[in-house]
Design a protein around this ligand. Structure first.
Ligand SMILES: [Zn+2]
Length: 101
């Protein structure tokens, strides 16, 4: 049997995709874990998907642990405040400005 996965993912690959998130998190029960690992051994597409997902998750976790620089946080807060003020100020009693976009 040859495994050429150049076209769209097979039904098996698509079924596997549903399990990948739990797989990356190490939450899969043994039976499904075997299923994913066995499939990835023979399927280049899914193997690549798993490794890129792993990388993404690792980056997200690393980013979540890194505190935001104080200056950036201050700017972000100021921006949100400005936006909120703008929303309040943007409700004038009568139509004064028209948007010409
Ligand atoms: Zn696959």
């Amino acid at each position: 049997m040859t495994t050429v996965s150049r076209a769209r993912p097979s039904a098996r690959c698509r079924a596997l995709l549903a399990l990948l998130s739990d797989y990356i998190d190490g939450m899969l029960p043994a039976g499904q874990l075997d299923l994913v690992e066995t499939h990835c051994l023979g399927c280049d597409r899914c193997r690549r998907m798993v490794s890129s997902l792993r990388r993404t998750v690792a980056l997200c976790r690393a980013a979540g642990r890194t505190p935001m620089p104080t200056a950036a946080e201050r700017r972000a807060r100021a921006r949100v405040r400005t936006l909120l003020e703008h929303v309040d100020a943007d409700k004038p009693p009568g139509p004064r400005r028209r948007r010409n976009t």
